[in-house]
Structure formats: structure tokens, C-alpha cells
Write a protein that binds this ligand. Sequence first.
Ligand code: BGC
Length: 758
Amino acid sequence: MKLWSVEQKKYTSIDNKKYETLFTLANGYRGLRGQLEFTKLGQKGNFIAGIFDKSSAQVTEIVNLQDPILLNIYIDDEIIDMEQCKVLAFNRRLSMLEGVLYTAIELETRKGKIINLKCERFVSRNNVHRWAAKYEIVPVNFTGKVFFESVIDGTVTNSSQDPMNLAKHFNVDEIFDVKPGIGLKSSTFDKKISAVETTRLLADNDFGNIFKSRKYNMLAEKAREVYSSILTQGELYTVYKLGVSFTSRDKIKNITEESKKELDAFTVDGYEEEKEAHKAVWQSIWNDIDIEIHGDDEAQVGIRFNLYQLASSAYEGDEKISIAAKGLHGEGYKGHIFWDTETFMLPFFIYTRPKVAKALLMYRYNTLQGARKNAEISGFKGARYPWESADEGLEVTPKWGFDYDGKPVRIWTGDEEFHINSDITFAIFEYYRATGDKDFLINYGLEILLDTTKFWQSRVEYNKKEDRYEINGVIGPDEFHEHVDNNVFTNFLAKWSIKKALDLVQWIKKEDALVLKKLCNKLSLNELDFKAWETIEKKMYIPTSKDGKLIEQFEGYFNMPSIEITKFDENGMPEWPDFKGLKIAETQLIKQADVVQLMIMLGEEFSDNVKKENYKYYEKRTMHKSSLSPSMYSIMGITVGDTHNAYKYFMKTVLTDLKDNQGNTDFGIHSASNGGSWQTAIMGFGGLSVDKDEVLNLKPWIPKHWDEMNFNINWRKTRIYVSIRQDKIVVKATNSSKVKIYNDEYNLKKDEEITVTR
Ligand code: BGC
């Protein structure tokens, strides 16, 4: 159990927000932050994927909806409150295996009454509309009146603790009595998306129902039912709170009626039955995703935590939603979707749960209209995906924010971070390569590819003097440097993507010429455009050092003062070096992996030597001020044989939230870092790559103190099981497949297990 759990052993209200993030329960459809019922301190959150609103906020943001979780327990007239009571015992544990949050507390009221509470909560994976909590209560030293008050709170706002940004995003339209049970229906201001929450309290002990009387109220924007009961000292009582949620996005006629019906059905099924079904779904998810690490418990729990959060954040049943940078775990980054999804999280889904990967890519297809609009309003053609995306694919990056010292700064990423277009096309090919899903490529991927290439065609600039194409005035992955010219990450990926589009055009001509014809009509393209693309692709400028050994992150980068990192903090993270009076942007210090990330994404395009030289150069200059960075250096470190840092960076990544090492876990989970953890384990330690001939390669290396690492992946409808030990590697496949292990080719027969000794 220990290796499947995350625990909080001590209560300190200052940590409430962090634990609410860590203990968020989500099923991809919705996320409920892990707030403790018995305190008002924290930042509660109920997010349903795809529900965004702007109204009075700075930009469109994910809506923090009405809170259905509240349960107040009163002993006589005293409310149980962590801050008012003496905490005699405390433990919270997230079982990642089951997807259940367990809380055990014993509290003494100011009047000296002691109550023992064991609580459970889950957000169902079996039926995404259901969630539930169970409370086992023992009055330790008293017999007397106890009230249970269940509330659905419609007063929730976004940014409740940030006075300048506080915003309410919904109207409370209806509060109703479900007799028993309560309901609250809301609708967002801008688009009138409705969401209804209904809940019902049930109680049980050996004699059946323990409630004596019930009262229902509507209190302004709150729905409330309260029950009284008389509890006897030492007896165990159980109370359940069952919850059901529907929204107008569910395409159901009358969501209020539907939710009442569903609440009845849930009552009939019962808490325990739903919990079992929920656990069974998690079990099957774990069969797909688990990575076992033997010999390092911290790494084992750490990696599982990241896999758990990724799987919790995705829902294949809706192709109009994607995973936000902070998952469904908080309001950070306003619930926006970044390149984090395609470049960090998607590989995990492609190789473990390809249906989810497809749904995530479909989100980009379904937001193409927005991307076209972005291109148009910035004076370009084709499709320009937004740096930050919400429900429509329109650019929603805020224009203003605050720097590290709290000073207002203009945010340029939404204007300049163009590489998002090729991050998406890159992901399409990653998906296609691993799944062979032709239908997706032809019907959706192709259109994205053609329209984003059309954007590049209008965005590149021809430099006549040098006879080359350039992309100027951009921001690459390293966001310390803005308005730069010819960022290699941007140019190289654009070039790669244009080449892929051209190859695809040739391919589809043979495969289904009519499809191309129709798309050319739809997107206003013709052979002359394809000719132009060829020239742009050939002449795209890729800056390097004079001797050609180093990739120059952007034009002029090597002319800037070189300041290297020499000191590290107690977590092994770089400390700011002395800038010698310069601004960061005037130095070679970079925020996060940039060139190194490119060499990982397009590994087959760079020689081992180029990788090694560039890794060495950029590592000394990377501040890792984004959680997206350490994983990339871990993978590249292993690839180039600099394994001594690989473990450090891996642990940095897997513990990003568990140790809160970026200092902002309060605001949501670091989803990209969740994905980076998987990539480091599989592509770093597992040494998984796909070569130019599209053969799967494994070149594993695991840290000395690990006994073994086991995982499985999906590769073209075949499941491949890999077990890496210090002295050997064992591989098995469910269909005959070709695999290279340390460069030697093996033709695996169906279900045959092969062992390769090192
Ligand atoms: C990083 C970006 C990332 C964003 C959201 C920023 O700090 O620099 O690369 O997409 O956070 O996670």
C-alpha cells in the first residue's frame, strides 16, 4: 500500500492549498480539489472540463463552479472546525491505486466533546457524472444531538484570494429540493453554459437510518439540507453524501431532471457498489500505465503520482476538451491549454492509452476555426494555434502579468510564441507513427497540417541578401528572451513540419486524391503553394556556431555575455548567478530546455556528437525556471552518457508537486511535469526511441541503486512488456514485432519472451 499512497500526516492550515491540489480527485470530465470539509481555509475548486467564461475577468478562464462538497457537522450548537477544535489525530491518504481519498481525524470541541471521523471521497471513473463521500463517525466521549448539514455553495468565485482578479462566472438560476437531497443549477455569464449539482445525504448504522428530522433551505446562493440525530457514545455511524453533476455541454435535454434521476439511480446502486466499479476502472487504467521501480521507494511513489495525475486529467469521451497546464486541479494559468499537452503529456497517452491521445488531438482539430481567426486578426493566413487556448482555440494569453519582483510586465508569449503550431503537428505524427491511425491522419491531421503550413508560408520572411527564409520576432521555449530572430526550435520544427506536409501531400495524392482536392478547395491551396513550401523548407535558416558544432539557440545568442551557473540550492537547483549589472535577457542564461528539447523531439535528426556538445553547453546556462525543463535534461543526459545528473533531474521532475519545488503547487498540478516524468522513465531510463526506419529502439540505463524497472507500452496495436534489470533486459510482445535492443535487431514472436544480457 505504501508504494501506492501519498500521505499527509500533520495538519497545518498553511499547507491546505497545496494538499488540495495533491489530493484533487478528477476523472477528466471534472476535478474536485481535495478540500477538507471541516475548515474554511484553503481554495476550493470544482472544475468541469470545457466550461470557460470571461465576463469581468482579465481573460477567458476555467470556471470555478458551485461547490457540492460541503458537509458541516454540529455537536449541539458547535460546528466541527479544524481551526476551532483541538486536533487529536490526523491523517489523510490518497490511494492512487483506488483513486480514493481517505481522511482520519479525531477532534475535540471547545466544550470538550471528542469525535472520531473516518472519511472517504472519490470522483467516479465508472460514471463520470457521479462523485461520493462516506463519513464514519464515532462520538468518543458523549451521547447527544448531532446535526449534519449538507450544502451546495453557489457563492464560489474565481481568484477568491486575489482581490484585483476576483471574478464570478455564473448566475445561480435555480435552487431546488430533491426531497431528500438538494440541487443547484447555474449558468455562465457569457455563453450561458448550465451546470447542475445535486447531492443527497444518506445515513446508516446497524438499525438503518439515523436521521430524526430534516430541514431544507435556500439560503441566498446556497442550497442546504440539515438532519438532526442523536448519537450514542462509542457507537459507529455512517453517513454518505452522493453527488451527481450534469452540464449543458452533455447534450442532454433537461439536465435538472436528468440529475435527479441519476441521483435516484445512484442511491439504488449505493456508495459501495459505485466505489467498487470505480476501483475496477482504475485497476484497468493501471494495467496500461504503471511503471514499477524496484529498489527506490521515493522514485516509485513519485512516478506513480505523476502517472495517476495524468490519467486523472484526461477523458476520452469529449473531443472538445484538452488538459490544462494545471490539470483539473486548480485555477493556475486560468485553466488554459498550452504546448504542454502535445509535447509533454501526449507521448504518455500515445504509448499507454491511444484513444485518449486521439481525443486530445481532436480538441485541436475542433478548435481549428479559432486558430484560423488568430491568423487572420494578426495579419496572416492559414491556422495559427493560440499559445494559450480555452474552449474555442482563440488566443487567450493575458497581455499583462507580474515579474519575479512583482512589477507589472507585458506578456508577449501570446503574440510571439509561434512554435505551438509545429508542436501540434509534431504530436500528430508521433500519434500516427505509434498507432497507424490512418483515418485520423486523413480526416483530421491532414487539414491541420496543411492549414498550419499555410500559416508558416505567410509568416516567414525572405532575406534576399542571404537567400534564406527567416522567422523573426519570436519567443522560443526559453521565455527569458523575447522578440528574437530565428529561434532554432521554432525554425527547425517549422521546417520539419513543412516537409511533413509536403510528404503527406504526395502520399494522399496516391491514397485518396479526392480528399486533397476537397481540402485544397476548402483551404484555398494549389500546386503553386506546394512549390513555395518546398523552397521555404529548403532555405529555412538554422543558426549554428561558426564551427558548426553548436546550435545557436537564436540568431545572435552566442554574441551575448556568457554567464554560467555555478551554485545550486539544497534541492540541487541552479541559483541565480551574478548578472554583472545586466538583465537576464541580455545574458545567455535560459529559462528552460530549448535546443535540448528540440534534440529530444527530433532525436533522429541530430548526431550523437551534436547532442553531446549542445547538452554540455546549454546545461550550464539553464536555470530550470519552468517545471518543463529538468525532465528534458535528464533524458538528454542519459542519451549522451552523462548519467550522473540524470537521476537528480528525474527526481526533480517526479517530485515537482510532492515537494512543491516550484513553489506554486497551491494553484494546480504541473501536468507537463507529470508527462515529463513518464518521458524520463521510458525515453530516458528505458531508452525508448523510434529510428528513421520506424523501428522501436530500446537502449536502457537505470540508476545503480535500482534493481529493476518494468513497464509496458502500446506500439501499433501490440503491447510490449519491458523489464530492465542491471544485468539484462527482458522483452515480450503480444504480437510479432521487430525491436532493436542496444542496436541489435530482434524479431519477437507473439507472446515470446526474450532476454538480452548486457
Ligand atoms: C513555461 C512554458 C509553459 C507554461 C505552462 C511557462 O512557465 O515557460 O513553456 O508552457 O509555463 O506550463
